[in-house]
Design a protein around this ligand. Structure first.
Ligand SMILES: [Zn+2]
Ligand SMILES: [Zn+2]
Length: 304
């Protein structure tokens, strides 16, 4: 029964002005920004300022990868080891200190930006999405993991870096991955963030060769709780696997402290592209750069 006599024009305009203000402030809270990856306006309520299209584009690695380190394999590199599993050239030459490293996606595009949102912009809800991805990667290891508990060790930050950033992103992602209960192994995954420590600050690894990266992290880590790892298997967790220098060094000290096996799971991995030069380490010689085969990666050839 609304009519002009019940709701005077002045009251209505005041009310609509207030409701616009309320709507705007609610909008500002629920939709704080555009998608932080593609810039499109967000239309759904979410604590994570990333649109569904950008999230959906973060696909798992497709195509053949090395059974040890997870590097992309091109058909001519798909050389099998003694167990029949394909291995990349590097893993055929030197077996890493870890048994196997798995990763969810390629470290590029939106996934790379999502990791940066957590790491450098402190967008904490990103850890949940990255944790789900990490849980999917861990599920790949499931058949090989021990039936009893396994110690999950996030790659630690140096205390000065931790003070500056206020959180260890690897630990946040590991915690979120365990919470998803995606893999049957989740119940056996025991987060043990205090086992490893970064004893010294390491300069940024960006732009360094594989050999330089290895030198950069050598001796940077120590096992703070050797009694916790002795005789046990460890799952090392980090955001990105680049050349594997960091996780290899962590795995080396964990093994030396008595860990029986070290597994590695990361959210992302840098993958060799056919156009990029491939660094090949010759025994006893300095790193040399050689051109990669002009070949289409398996993933791309398969349309993925
Ligand atoms: Zn987007
Ligand atoms: Zn490999």
């Amino acid at each position: 029964m609304a009519g002009p006599s019940i709701a005077p024009a002045v009251g209505r305009s005041w009310f609509s002005q207030v409701s616009v203000q309320v709507a705007e402030s609610v909008f500002a809270v629920l939709f704080p920004s555009d998608c932080r990856i593609c810039g499109e306006p967000l239309v759904n309520v979410s604590r994570l300022p990333v649109c569904p299209q950008c999230l959906a584009a973060m696909r798992p690695i497709a195509g053949g990868v090395c059974a040890v380190c997870g590097e992309r394999l091109f058909s001519s590199f798909a050389l099998s080891g003694s167990d029949g599993a394909p291995r990349c050239g590097l893993c055929r030459r030197i077996a890493p200190a870890f048994v196997r490293a798995v990763a969810y996606g390629s470290y590029e595009g939106g996934l790379r930006e999502l990791i940066h949102l957590l790491k450098y912009a402190g967008v904490h809800p990103a850890a949940n999405v990255l944790g789900r991805m990490l849980a999917e990667a861990i599920a790949d290891l499931e058949p090989e993991l021990p039936p009893d508990s396994i110690a999950v060790v996030p790659v630690p930050l140096h205390r000065s870096k931790l003070r500056e950033r206020e959180f260890n992103h690897a630990e946040r992602i590991a915690r979120a991955a365990i919470k998803t209960k995606l893999s049957p192994a989740s119940g056996r995954l025991l987060l043990c963030p205090g086992i490893l420590e970064r004893k010294r600050e390491t300069p940024s690894q960006t732009g360094l060769t594989r050999h330089q990266r290895r030198e950069n992290v050598r001796g940077a880590f120590g096992v703070a709780q050797p009694e916790t790892v002795r005789g046990r298997e460890v799952l090392l967790v980090d955001d990105v696997y680049t050349t594997g220098a960091t996780v290899s060094e962590c795995a080396r000290v964990l093994r030396r402290a008595g860990a029986t096996k070290v597994w590695v799971a990361t959210v992302a991995r840098t993958l060799k592209a056919s156009e990029q030069p491939v660094e090949i380490r010759l025994s006893g010689a300095a790193d040399v750069e050689v051109s990669a085969e002009k070949e289409i990666p398996l993933a791309r050839a398969a349309g993925g």
